[in-house]
Design a protein around this ligand. Structure first.
Ligand SMILES: Cc1cc2nc3c(=O)[nH]c(=O)nc-3n(C[C@H](O)[C@H](O)[C@H](O)COP(=O)(O)OP(=O)(O)OC[C@H]3O[C@@H](n4cnc5c(N)ncnc54)[C@H](O)[C@@H]3O)c2cc1C
Length: 502
């Protein structure tokens, strides 16, 4: 479908307007439209261009959710907290199975290793960690097994070059499987297109700038935020889903009575891409960092990512960038794991960051907790926080149930998963690219390079492909040579601004 004109949307009414086309908003729109509600999905930028394009790309097993943030001896004194953690780990494994069944072509299974060191080095007894893995194994399935085994170090070292290179002091190794999204932005695009196939209206580069109570519903002012775009539209909605990720509080502040309460806390994460020895290829490491946080080394083609970091940030998420100190920290964590790695800043190929939209209670972040918030002074304006990409379908169902409680069941009842019309899988012929440009809401060259095609996440950040792709886009969209060159420059500027690229 082509992008609707903004003046055609003026004065229109929807059951639900979803603000934000990241993983949360796309899944919500898909679930709501599938149940028969009339839905408008808008984003101030492109589909999947916010935090959803900044993830570490792991569909992980949820071990970290079971890690208490207090002394181990207090665990028996906090049974409800521990049950909550186990529930989140169970949910993660359940969602992992769901995604592996639903979109196998978007996921890659990887062998991961967890080194059990002396307790003084990790803070956790190996037996307790191993028990956690065994519990997770019970939550797995035949389609997406954890495949956990605890192996003597020497045996694991014969099986894996990555394990063999670990620094001394490792007592044994946990070997298991994790999954990786080859392309999370495309998962958002697939989901949005599926929502569209159920009747949802999608408009990218459309910013929600004001929200007003209007009887029992809401009236939104939206403006065109496409490069060179202009115009605005007034739209009515019975319910508004605020799925604006780390920008949720900014959106709420556009409502005359909302925004008084903080609903989202930003947690900055950084990842860096490096080239590790050939013997590490295809294998990943999961460990605890010197700060006691989960630390991953995960394969990405012929390369590996290191990360992430976790730092609370209050700055505008648009202004958050990677610092050299964060790169140095991640390199030192990787070097601490291996005897001879000795990674230096010059070994970094590129680095990027994002801001997780974490749920909050009493000013603290709630790790892995999804919240649907509706403040008493803004009924029908519901914010959704804390959604990891791996939980996006679950979040969509929570949103649909909440909307059904307000509006009654949609006329289709429960949505049936028809499976998205994934037109692009792993071949990127001129015909595929041309079709994506014409039918997948492409507005800029960056939309195409980074979110309809995977080139933007290559080691060279798509620089070797941009010329050819821009020519195909120019032909399909009728861009002049001047506009094509301008799009290439904007793409280059975006990459330079958002990535550290050596
Ligand atoms: C470093 C890092 C590593 C991570 N690793 C993983 C991982 O390995 N696995 C995993 O599952 N998750 C991971 N996550 C978490 C995951 O990326 C996020 O939790 C998830 O993408 C949040 O999706 P969202 O849709 O809620 O927000 P977003 O993707 O940020 O979407 C919000 C959208 O709202 C739009 N918006 C904002 N304001 C407006 C407005 N006024 N009008 C219209 N639109 C607006 C934005 O443009 C944006 O597209 C990671 C996150 C980070 C930062």
């Amino acid at each position: 479908m082509t992008r609707p004109r903004l003046d055609n949307l003026d004065q229109s009414t929807f059951d639900v307007v979803v603000i934000g086309a990241g993983a949360t908003g796309c899944a919500s729109a898909k679930e709501l439209a599938g149940r028969g509600y009339s839905v408008l999905l808008i984003d101030r930028g492109d589909i999947g261009a916010g935090t959803s394009s900044r993830s570490s790309r792991l569909l992980y097993c949820g071990l970290a959710y079971m890690k208490p943030d207090y002394s181990l001896w207090k665990m028996p004194l906090r049974p409800l907290d521990m049950l909550g953690r186990i529930y989140r780990a169970w949910l993660t494994m359940r969602c992992r199975t769901e995604l592996v069944r639903a979109m196998p072509e978007r996921l890659t299974r990887r062998k991961f290793y967890f080194p059990y060191r002396e307790r003084k080095d990790s803070g956790y007894p190996a037996a307790l960690m191993s028990l956690g893995f065994r519990l997770l194994s019970c939550f797995g399935s035949r389609d997406a097994p954890l495949g956990y085994r605890r192996l003597p170090f020497e045996k694991a070292g014969r099986e894996s070059g990555l394990v063999a290179a670990l620094r001394s002091g490792v007592k044994s190794i946990g070997a298991f499987y994790e999954y990786q999204y080859s392309w999370p932005e495309r998962i958002c695009v697939d989901t949005a297109l599926e929502a569209e196939s159920y009747g949802a209206c999608i408009r990218t580069y459309t910013k929600a700038t004001s929200l007003e109570k209007n009887g029992k519903g809401w009236r939104l002012l939206v403006t065109d935020s496409a490069p060179g775009g202009s115009g605005e539209a007034r739209i009515s909605a019975r319910v508004v889903i605020n799925a604006a990720g780390p920008w949720i509080d900014q959106v709420n502040s556009h409502s005359e009575s909302g925004g008084s309460q903080r609903e989202v806390l930003g947690v900055k994460g950084v990842n860096v891409l490096v080239k590790l020895p050939e013997s590490f290829q295809g294998q990943g490491l999961e460990a605890l960092s010197s700060r006691g946080e989960p630390f991953y080394i995960f394969p990405w083609g012929d390369y590996h990512f290191l990360g992430p970091t976790e730092t609370r940030v209050d700055a505008d998420p648009d202004d958050v960038r990677v610092s050299e100190a964060e790169i140095a920290y991640l390199l030192s964590e990787a070097n601490a794991q291996f005897s001879d790695l000795e990674l230096k800043p010059r070994d970094v190929i590129h680095a990027w960051c994002g801001v997780r939209p974490s749920s909050t209670r009493d000013g603290e972040t709630l790790s892995g907790v999804i919240q649907l918030n509706e403040q008493p002074e803004t009924p029908g304006l519901i914010s959704v926080t804390g959604v990891m990409i791996m939980l996006h379908r679950h979040a969509g169902r929570l949103v649909a149930r909440t909307v059904a409680r307000r509006l009654g069941a949609g006329h289709n009842g429960k949505s049936k998963d028809k499976g998205s019309k994934r037109r692009i899988v792993n071949s990127f012929t001129k015909t595929d690219i041309d079709r994506a440009v014409r039918t997948e809401h492409v507005v800029t060259l960056s939309d195409l390079m980074q979110r309809r095609l995977p080139f933007g996440w290559d080691a060279d950040l798509g620089k070797s492909q941009v010329e050819e792709v821009s020519r195909i886009a120019a032909e399909a969209l009728g861009w002049s040579e001047e506009r094509r060159q301008e799009e290439c420059k904007v793409y280059d500027d975006y990459v330079s601004d958002h990535f550290i690229h050596r």
